[in-house]
Design a protein around this ligand. Sequence first.
Ligand SMILES: Cc1ncc(COP(=O)(O)O)c(C=O)c1O
Length: 434
Amino acid sequence: MINKHLSEQDPEVFSLIEKETDRQNQNAEMIASENFASKAVMEANGSTLTNKYAEGLPAKRYYGGCKFVDVVEDLARDRAKALFGAEWVNVQPHSGAQANAAVYLACMKPGERLLGFDLAHGGHLTHGSPVNFSGILYEAHFYGVEQDTGRLDMNKIRDKARKVKPKMISIGASAYSRDFDYEAFRDIADETGAMLWMDMAHTAGLIAAKEMNDPLPWAHLVTTTTHKTLRGPRGGMILVGKNGENTLGIVAPKSGRTKSWGEILDSAVFPGTQGGPLMHVIAAKAVAFGEALQPGFKTYQKQVKKNAKAMAARFTELGYNIVSGGTDNHLILIDLRNKGINGKQAEAILGTAEITVNKNMVPFDTESPFVTSGIRIGAPAMTTRGMKEPEFEFLATLIDKALSKPADESLHHSVAEEVKALCEGFPLYDQVPA
Ligand SMILES: Cc1ncc(COP(=O)(O)O)c(C=O)c1O
């Protein structure tokens, strides 16, 4: 049984995977947090390393038989360090949320105060939302964008931090199209005695390619996912920069021994919040980091930014209201209120038109999170397929065509045909669309 291919062993699952591959191939994938990993990344992800237990760290495992996976994890760590100029990394978090859980465990006791970017203004659930462990276990306070600019005002954040006196300040977002002023955040953290944590899940690829500001010299801790702009397998990672202060030791209460930040964070991942690492995913992370160290990765990230900008400009021409007036990164957030349509309706219409986006709250939204007034659109995936500014401008035109007649289903289906034709010119994984 263990030697059969999936198509023979389980045709049902095989056929669903085939269908999903066709869907990805024929559809304009514009969810800002998604991307297409390379075949090499997927091969490592689907390898025999899934069979291996390796609790612990390279050369310090709780299981035998780790001589090869040790080298794989060291490769992933070394490549991540080289990519981000980090002093220390842990590549074991199973996801972005798991990386963040380890940061909380390492830095905060339950009940302590966090100051994070409001989810309703672009932040993430794990930055203190009441429905997430971070908002349940810790006292969460929030900063947000200004209503007139759609941007953060560092003076207001400083005032808030002075009032809240948080143990930790978090930066990072899921739906903010502008860059962060890390130096100013660090100054606020130093003034108020807070730790500074940046969650670069969305922008890690752009940061690695030096296409966005670098948080590592300023934040005490940095977390990320590996599957968004970074274009690796689904997973997470924690990093500490080379800034001397970041590596200051902390004296462990029991042993009296000075522990480095790295040791504290390693323990927060395992045994703190996880069991055995996913060695197949860590191998795929190593492959993805290797790809990101190639010169082509910078070209790709530059194009991601150009494509998002071109699309934002086209939407503005078409009368759409882009939150903050544009983008500095891979995504745009559109406030649809002037178009008489909500985020939920737009997501459904675009689904029929084979354009995948997600409904999204906009700052100061008047709709519920299930309806929302906006949509979030991202450039990473279609840029991986090779599309450039003309295709992104065309996609904006197609989106407008579909949304301008919300009740005209046959129009939405005809837009789907145009999307399929466009996608055929940029095949995914060298497949011929079904
Ligand atoms: C800023 C940010 N942090 C963390 C996460 C969580 O990542 P994961 O879905 O891998 O748990 C996300 C995912 O969208 C995110 O945008």
